[in-house]
Unconditional design. Structure first.
Length: 290
């Protein structure tokens, strides 16, 4: 039983004849009769009593007429929803957010971009655990982040927009909290928590240099709030991207003398849809014009 056949059936039931139904549907009466015949064959029962004066519904026909209207109306609603979903997919950017990204760079660009492309929309999705994104089935189009080698980043292409300094955060009760910046000598007597191993060659090299300078190093298993609480309780120094400083309001942020940096920008999933392609081109233009 096809929806088109049910729609034709309902029109015949309303008009009372194949010919008048054909006129309303802009098809021939023989085409109407063929569709009704196919529908009756699928159902295995007659839907109309045929007379020389027209047609009238059988008992099964009356049942189908009552149920068929709801079926057709529901089908139209579903089709409208599908069209809306297709429009959103074709005209929407899905932005992944979590506590690790405040997306400040994205939103500084989005307002200007959407003023020139009003047809495009933005939808945000919450990433439950950024560090296990590649195992969660989460697939946002775009994520703003430092490029630090986390496993999920391998599934995305990357557009660098700027650099983000590696800084050191110390609890405000720490003896070093009054400094303006930090160096090897200042850190000498204190325990320092650095990035997890094997994220990137650059981070591993930095940890090696810190350890080689005689500093007491602890490699984090992962960055999370329990780690930051441990650092606060134990008065440990913790190495973080500067982009994360808003997560540590009770820490003093100290730049590092070597000026080590992460690349920072947008991770985006291939293939890109039209709005994302245009947004990335816009972001590149804004970057290059600075």
């Amino acid at each position: 039983m096809h929806l088109k056949q049910v729609e034709t059936f309902l029109t015949v039931a309303e008009c009372g004849s194949f010919s008048r139904a054909g006129e309303k549907l802009f098809i021939s009466s023989s085409a109407v009769a063929q569709q009704i015949g196919s529908l009756e064959e699928d159902i295995g029962a007659s839907l109309f009593h045929r007379t020389t004066h027209g047609v009238r519904l059988t008992e099964i026909g009356r049942y189908l007429a009552a149920e068929g209207r709801e079926l057709v109306e529901r089908s139209h609603i579903i089709q409208e929803h599908i069209q809306t979903m297709r429009f959103e997919q074709e005209n929407c950017i899905v932005l992944g957010t979590s506590m690790w990204q405040n997306c400040s760079l994205f939103f500084s660009l989005w307002g200007k971009f959407v003023s020139e492309h009003e047809q495009y929309q933005l939808r945000t999705v919450r990433i439950r655990d950024e560090f296990r994104l590649h195992r969660q089935g989460e697939h946002p189009d775009l994520i703003e982040s430092v490029q630090d080698g986390e496993p999920w980043q391998a599934d995305y292409s990357f557009l660098q927009l700027c650099e983000d300094r590696i800084v050191f955060a110390v609890p405000k009760s720490h003896p070093l909290a009054g400094l303006k910046h930090i160096d090897y000598t200042a850190m000498q007597p204190y325990t320092m928590v650095t990035s997890p191993e094997n994220l990137s060659a650059e981070l591993d090299q930095l940890a090696k240099e810190l350890s080689g300078a005689g500093l007491m190093i602890r490699r984090a298993k992962r960055y999370d709030f329990p780690l930051f609480i441990d650092c606060s309780i134990n008065n440990w120094i913790v190495q973080i991207p500067e982009a994360w400083t808003y997560l540590l309001p009770n820490f003093q942020i100290l730049p590092f003398e070597t000026g080590c940096c992460h690349r920072y920008g947008f991770f985006y999933r291939e293939p890109v849809n039209s709005p994302l392609k245009q947004f990335l081109e816009f972001a590149k233009h804004e970057r290059d014009s600075r």
